[in-house]
Ligand binder design. Sequence first.
Ligand SMILES: Cc1cc2nc3c(=O)[nH]c(=O)nc-3n(C[C@H](O)[C@H](O)[C@H](O)COP(=O)(O)O)c2cc1C
Length: 370
Amino acid sequence: MSSNALFSPFSLKSLHLNNRVVMAPMTRSFSPNGVPGVDVAAYYRRRAEGQVGLILTEGTVVERPASSNDPNIPHFYGEQALAGWQHVVDEVHAGGGKLGPQLWHMGVMNEHRSGWTPAQPFEGPSGMVAPGVAKGNAMTENDITDTIAAFGRAAADAKRLGFDCLELHGAHGYLIDQFFWHGLNQRTDAYGGPDLTDRSRLAVELVREVRRQVGEDFVISLRLSQWKQQDYQVKLVHTPQEMETWLTPLAEAGVDIFHCSQRRFWEAEFENEGSDLNFAGWVKKLTGQATITVGSVGLSGEFLAGFAGEASVPNAQSLDELLRRLDRGDFDLVAVGRSLIVEPDWVTKIQQGRAKELKGFSREALGTLV
Ligand SMILES: Cc1cc2nc3c(=O)[nH]c(=O)nc-3n(C[C@H](O)[C@H](O)[C@H](O)COP(=O)(O)O)c2cc1C
């Protein structure tokens, strides 16, 4: 199948990309004390030189006392960390690429396997790490206000440092998603409630503040997932109508791109709608906003099994299916994760029809920055 659609340019507001391939945000834990160094900058530059259209950085945490559970995950605050990010921006731009940081607050987490813990207890909507499992503090309204302000400062810094856009991590059972999810959000104030619209208030206020900080022309992406790391089967919404009710206020608040995280992009989002549209397909159809799809593009197995040790091999059929959906206009952009960890030149190889040379992914690849 022709990959022309994948290699057509994309423009939205001030963001102009040469092609439709996005590097998915991937935590690498190579930033000691939260500071990304020259090795991290060189790693991202190699992906820019390898023709990735848009690089989304690994999740990088905002300024709250317990926004991270890992001291090697980069901060997006403080002089040293921001100087490190400035160097990343400069390197990626020198390599011809475009870059957005993924701004992150983890919410209530389990301790990292190293045993490291933040200076203060983890925080989330109701202090739970999984339904019924207490592990941290329920956030006060002051905590929430301060968290929104921290995201706002990070967004302003992203623009000041010369990033091309930004992404908010609202997926996978981290803080923003913990508010969406009734299983973890049992609040009885204005940030909780029986309706998803109530539980979306934090996200809506946060997007509004980020928009206020970056202005109209700077692209804001919001990453969302139905699945949670705590429970792969959970769904926040079960019908297109519920999905529209959930996402419309977020689009109105200022989201330009919905980054729709699935573990396998070819899976239909709704079983009873007689449609093979995936998550990104439905979100684009219902909101009219641009979307990014993701999940095992070009690979045989999905990423959480990959963490557990399952190796993945390149899979040309899944690429054909991706191109069919992209050609049909289901989504605008395609994020690639693990393949870009093992292969900085993944895009170039696809473009040059050298798919046979592509490498598979195994967990050992996480040990180094290739
Ligand atoms: C090592 C690793 C780290 C990840 N870290 C993040 C992260 O920081 N933020 C995020 O939104 N997703 C993260 N993900 C999920 C990826 O962005 C992506 O959605 C997932 O790997 C599926 O894409 P793939 O099948 O092409 O690998 C991570 C995935 C991997 C493999």
